[in-house]
Design a protein around this ligand. Sequence first.
Ligand code: SF4
Length: 365
Amino acid sequence: MKTVLFSLTDAELQKFITDLGEPKFRASQIRDWLNRGAPDFNSMKNIPVMLREKLDAVAQTMPVKIVKKLVSGDGDTTKFLLELNDKEQIECVLMRTTYGNSVCVSSQAGCAMGCKFCASTLLGLKRNLTVDEIFSEILVAQWELRGCESGKQIHANGDPNNNDVSHIVVMGTGEPLQNTENVIGFLERANHDLNISWRRMTVSTCGIVPGIYDLIKWGRPINLAISLHAPVDELRSTVMPINNKYKIAEVLKAADEFTKLHNRQLMIEYILLGKNGKNGETELYNCTPEYAEMLAKLLTGKNCMVNLIPWNAVDERDFASPSGNAVHRFQDILIKNGIHCRIRRERGTDIGSACGQLRLNNKKD
Ligand code: SF4
């Protein structure tokens, strides 16, 4: 197997380079390229071609390589399918927004949580990602933003200076709090190496209560998002098996402790699901007006923001997207009850941006 240069310490990289009979200073030149996310040695323009070829025969730059890159029609969303060294695949998504460049990263290859609406869990959990692997997802996005290879800026919102990753969301494939140690290691590194502030980082969990307490113990003032998707246990257990282990009240209690400690607003993720009815019409599943009232009651008095996410179709899943009217009616009820909420703009639906969809489709190809 080839040596992954990104994962070497500075001293190890220097030894690796001098063992190839090259001068020491090449190591710091290569490190500079690695830190910028160079996907291959050919991108390293100040390295002699002969050395690039020598390196290519025995090493690779990062522990991930891009298998597919899809750009949405509006150019704001880029989705990457990445391959790890053991051939497992993961996804990450770069979103260019008015507030900055946000990257949604995966924390595991696959997922064991079994949420009934999700594509990421269909092939089960393969393994946890390492700190280097998660961090590489950010560097892939950074390289894309800076247009390093071509030397031109390719930022879609027209601001040529806005070419750094500014926000991180750990909300891609996998349950981050099943891989807490590496997720924390990754966030520490993103803060230290890329100067991304804690307040621009969000970890999203399906409700692993001990993991939330681990984040409390860690003590960094990041944002916490809870994937709730139902206001009552009976309904939630039908779409999220984890609810059989950690009930809504227990999850929200831990989340409250986290947000109060850091004076942060809790993010609540709520996917709006419909079902195909017998006469071909879509029936509402977790987004009836009654459930909206129950959700409002559950969240009253909490410092939270509800993100309403109309379901993004996954062929293998037996759900349907509710109508725009139903989505707005659900939101109106929350607002009438004083709950902060917004409908999350559907990004990159033309490139299969539902969590795990690209990875799944590629396995099927
Ligand atoms: S929604 Fe998240 S926690 Fe649930 S199966 Fe999908 S990736 Fe796992």
